[in-house]
Design a protein around this ligand. Structure first.
Ligand code: CTP
Length: 340
């Protein structure tokens, strides 16, 4: 049969552009035209590049379909934000052809390399779980144009969010300012300072099963943030800093907290300092890395530390590490859940 033969001749199917309507058809398994029939009959990976008006993209129905599609193991490429064919500007613009090609090459490289093969979403290790993740740096204002911050790129936190979605979780991402596109299926809340991050985390906390604090939260903020730009003088300048709340410790100290996971970036004594941090914050699991090897890099390594000891994850892309971390969390979470 032609439609079966056709789907057997290819290594992968990319639907680009994928309209809101076609995505809905995929989610429901329709097979009433050649393309939907090919997709349903396939035994190869399916990639989808959404393209639609920003309002259509934001609708709850589309967002539900996108989450379902990813839970069914379909990989999403984009969309991105920008000028749209209809004349409006916003999220829903299809990735450029070159970007789609790069995505396909990356996806097929990881599929053909068993060492980097990731469990498919069909495994749905975290299906039905709600995960709250913080990511990126916080920025603490000194005046309207100057701030204290750090070099966190957000790559690890965004990878954890992406991996959690691929494993079937419902993800809320609270992100400091970064230059990354958040995963389309995550509910993303953008914040600037540590106090804003704490507010957002507390407002999103009810109903969360797991809290993963990946953000590099500034430990201090200027005691006073000037309303007007500070003027220079020949005098030395002293800035008094006051401590920020510890978001992770605050969440972990709540009655019936979610399963809490921390990150520790250290420059020395990795295992000892990370374990001290884990105990101080009363959390079951911490992921430790060497700061200079992790900050801003696409690849890194992690050591997971829990009551049972330390479990190193090999050096690799952050998305692979995120999958390793989430698998460990899923095992621990199931165990603690059974004990309740
Ligand atoms: N964290 C947080 N709120 C803060 C500070 C840190 O939620 N105000 C979280 C981070 O997201 C991370 C972990 O706590 O999961 C890091 O612990 P922390 O002791 O704050 O690390 P550092 O800031 O590196 O501490 P230190 O400077 O003492 O090494």
């Amino acid at each position: 049969m032609a439609h079966i033969d056709l789907s057997r001749q290819v290594d992968a199917i990319l639907v680009a552009p994928a309209s809101a309507d076609f995505i809905a058809k995929l989610v429901h398994g329709h097979a009433d035209d050649l393309l939907s029939t090919l997709c349903l009959a396939r035994d190869c990976p399916l990639y989808v590049a959404p393209a639609m008006n920003r309002q259509m993209w934001q609708q709850a129905a589309t967002q539900r379909n996108i989450v379902q599609l990813q839970q069914d193991g379909v990989r999403l490429f984009g969309p991105e934000s920008g000028a749209q064919a209809c004349g409006e500007t916003g999220m829903g613009r299809m990735l450029e052809a070159e970007a789609l090609l790069a995505e396909i090459l990356a996806a097929s490289a990881s599929a053909s390399n068993p060492a980097s093969a990731r469990p498919s979403a069909a495994n749905a290790l975290l299906a039905g779980k709600r995960i709250l993740i913080t990511a990126g740096p916080t920025v603490e204002a000194l005046d309207p144009v100057r701030a204290l911050s750090n070099h966190s790129s957000g790559k690890m936190g965004y990878s954890v969010a992406q991996a959690a979605i691929e494993l079937g979780a419902t993800v809320t991402l609270v992100s400091g300012p970064v230059a990354l596109q958040p995963p389309a299926a995550a509910r993303t809340i953008k914040v600037t300072s540590a106090l804003e991050m704490l507010d957002a985390v507390e407002s999103q906390l009810p109903g969360q099963d797991i809290f993963i604090a990946v953000a590099a939260v500034a430990d201090y903020r200027p005691q006073q943030s000037s309303q007007h730009k500070l003027k220079k003088s020949q005098q030395s300048l002293t800035i008094t800093l006051e401590p920020n709340p510890d978001i992770l410790a605050t969440v972990a100290a709540r009655p019936n907290p979610p399963f809490c996971v921390g990150f520790a970036a250290e420059t020395e004594n990795l295992l000892q300092y990370a374990e001290e941090k884990r105990r101080r914050k009363h959390i079951p699991l911490i992921a430790a890395n060497i700061a200079s090897e992790a900050l801003g890099q696409d690849e890194s390594s992690l050591v997971l530390i829990d009551d049972a000891g330390s479990h190193p994850l090999p050096h690799g892309p952050k998305i692979e590490l995120a999958h390793g971390l989430l698998q460990h969390i899923a095992t621990m979470f199931t165990h603690t859940d059974k004990q309740k």
